[in-house]
Design a protein around this ligand. Sequence first.
Ligand code: PBG
Length: 328
Amino acid sequence: MPFPEVRLRRLRRTPALRALVRETRVAIDDLVLPLFVCPGEGVARPVPSMPGVCQHSVDRLVETCAAAHAEGIRAVLLFGLPEAKDATGSAAWSDDGIVQRALRALKQEVPDLVTIADVCFCEYTDHGHCGVLENGRVANDPTLENLARQAVSLARAGADIVAPSDMMDGRVAAIRRALDAAGLAETPILAYAVKFASAFYGPFREAAESAPSFGDRRGYQMDPANGREALREAALDVEEGADLLMVKPALPYLDVLARLRRRFDLPLAAYHVSGEYAMLKAAAERGWIDHDRVMMESLLAIKRAGADLILTYCARDAARLIRAGWSE
Ligand code: PBG
């Protein structure tokens, strides 16, 4: 029965009617806050290209996490800036490494906060690539061993979830095997299953001091043009034992997110990355867009496309609005 009997505007007439028929909501429970931990004490060093984001020393990180947790944030994702870098990124699997120390402090001070530890080497290698180099290329299989060591060390230090972001083939299986052998069978793996070689990571590389010193990451991260390949990546990670899947970046890849949602029943995460955040902040600073509305619309779009979890630097801003009863 078409118009004039059918009028979709009937259910849009008032805020209450719209709320009754709203299909998607962003909840504070969905949000994961990424944070950067650095050496020192009392450090909260702002990242210029990411207004509102800092590199924190362990003490300040604990304060930030306690505050975020008190505001309702349930989970954080940790990236480390080590004291020293080397060719293999060995500081990443040191039991006294920067993220390991942060995890132990957080388990002590904010025990209910879910800690997710990034597993990768680009912040730890002196060349800024995500693994061991052989003839100027990242060598896959030798990197797997190191990833497994890093994951075990992080889980031992208290990581509730480990999240490999390196894009080596076979890493989920290698990490699962190593965790199980180390008596860490309860630690889930959040696989950055579909991670594109994206220019949207620019500000992150400033925050994490992890830009590659030569070349780029296209030899291991995915070609932004490929949607079918994303399904193959995800299927392999599921077979290898991933507990959760991620798509990254988020907004430019909502089609990929929606395809994964249809194909897989695992919990699905989307990473609203640094460049997405920086664009929002920069345009809002100039008064060209309404920050809060664009932010909430972006997060809503990511959920509507199929994400269960959203990793976003906006987590605290969004939580504040949701707590205040945000509704459009
Ligand atoms: C690398 C890693 C990156 C991000 C998360 N993990 C950057 C990269 O691959 O160069 C990017 C996150 C963001 O841009 O917010 N291990």
